[in-house]
Design a protein around this ligand. Structure first.
Ligand SMILES: Cc1cc2nc3c(=O)[nH]c(=O)nc-3n(C[C@H](O)[C@H](O)[C@H](O)COP(=O)(O)O)c2cc1C
Length: 260
């Protein structure tokens, strides 16, 4: 591959975005790879990438790039390095997330050469409400790897341009999350702190009990996935209503959509 230093930049509370990025990276087969995992809250970093290439990945929240991703990306810029965009969505729709991500990173100096909307298990999937369970599956990951190979070929053969990406500008109105958060059943909780460790926005504290600042929760469900005893659940009526709609309307598996 011509661009031998690959930067993986991602936000992935429940891990599906990261899985797909890794498969694309395998297809690109770089000599060196640097991970910029923006999932956990850290000191804001300023970083200008001036060589190699990048893959930037985000989960789709309400058809948009999550606000937390925008904040965490704010310190990044690039000097025209070739960049692949990834939006992971839970088999409903990805709507305007990829065009929004394209616009945000283009303004920062990244040169978008390809983009893909992939399907991942919905963050709110449960055994009673299965939505895209097990995605990305073997087929998705094979496709992602082949996509990486296609991008490598595009970069080698040139000319390199930004493909058409589906989505609307102006983007759909942003939905603000918060006020509703997962809860812990004290009888099943061992106070191990895995939930707090998994939270991207540090709104969970574990001392003699698990306390959640629901006002600042981004509703990503990472804490639910991380709980080893299943004491942490997200059974709020708002979320259960959404689960019901997802099962009713979004059970037909969707295929990834690639733009190259
Ligand atoms: C708050 C929230 C909003 C979401 N909105 C959408 C959506 O608009 N369309 C969709 O298909 N999936 C949606 N999802 C599902 C996620 O995009 C999906 O589960 C994704 O795989 C999560 O990525 P991650 O595993 O990297 O965290 C939403 C999930 C959450 C938590």
């Amino acid at each position: 591959m011509a661009h031998n230093d690959l930067h993986l930049i991602y936000f992935s509370p429940t891990g599906t975005t990261e899985k797909v990025m890794d498969a694309i990276a395998q297809g690109l087969n770089p000599a060196k790879m640097t991970r910029h995992d923006l999932t956990k809250a850290k000191e804001e970093q300023e970083l200008c990438l001036d060589n190699g290439m990048a893959i930037i990945g985000i989960p789709v929240y309400a058809g948009r790039v999550p606000e937390t991703c925008l904040q965490r990306l704010s310190g990044f810029s690039a000097q025209n390095i070739p960049t692949v965009l990834v939006a992971l969505y839970g088999n409903r729709k990805f709507e305007d997330a990829l065009v929004e991500l394209r616009d945000v990173v283009t303004a920062k100096g990244f040169s978008v050469v390809a983009a893909g909307a992939f399907v991942g298990e919905h963050s709110y999937a449960t055994p009673d409400y299965p939505v895209a369970v097990g995605r990305p599956d073997k087929g998705d990951l094979k496709l992602a790897q082949e996509f990486g190979q296609q991008v490598a070929a595009k970069l080698t053969n040139g000319p390199v341009s930004t493909p058409h990406i589906s989505g609307n500008v102006p983007y759909k109105e942003r939905v603000t999350f918060g006020g509703v958060a997962p809860e812990t059943d004290a009888t099943g909780c061992h106070l191990c702190g895995e939930c707090a460790g998994a939270c991207p926005v540090d709104v969970i504290s574990v001392d003699e009990a698990v306390i959640t600042d629901a006002g600042h929760c981004i509703m990503c469900a990472a804490c639910v996935r991380a709980c080893p005893t299943k004491a942490r659940t997200f059974d709020h009526p708002v979320v259960n209503h959404r689960r019901g709609l997802l099962v009713k309307n979004c059970s037909q598996p969707k295929a990834p959509t690639l733009f190259i």
